[in-house]
Ligand binder design. Structure first.
Ligand SMILES: [Zn+2]
Length: 119
């Protein structure tokens, strides 16, 4: 399961941050999961809760936020939101000025947004 290795990686970061902050416990973890990151939130949640046992985040709650796919046009600077990402016809062009130079801003990454710690 792909989610398990992501969770393992996440825990490396969590433990490092908790140690840096001198925390004795992690009470809440918030992650952002991009909608095209390939991570299934429910599998991620299951993996998280089985992995956390015996770690500093033993009793941590997990909050998942899904980030939508968003592009930015490099020519006009406008933000482009689309639900059409999976469509083979999606041309990645700006609906405002027609430029093909658009850049993916969010939706692909998974990252740790926030940790709540107890010292
Ligand atoms: Zn544009």
């Amino acid at each position: 399961m792909h989610e398990l290795s992501i969770v393992a990686e996440l825990f490396t970061i969590i433990e490092e941050k908790a140690r840096e902050a001198g925390a004795s416990r992690v009470t809440k973890v918030r992650v952002l999961i991009g909608e095209i990151s390939g991570v299934v939130p429910e599998l991620f949640r299951t993996a998280f809760h089985s992995y956390k046992k015996g770690t500093i985040a033993d009793r941590a709650r997990l909050e998942i936020k899904i980030t939508r796919v968003k592009f930015r046009c490099l020519r006009c600077g406008k933000e482009i939101k689309t639900r059409d990402i999976s469509s083979p016809d999606f041309s990645h062009s700006c609906p405002f000025c027609g430029s093909k130079e658009v850049e993916l801003q969010s939706g692909r990454d998974l990252y740790l947004e926030k940790l709540e710690l107890e010292t």
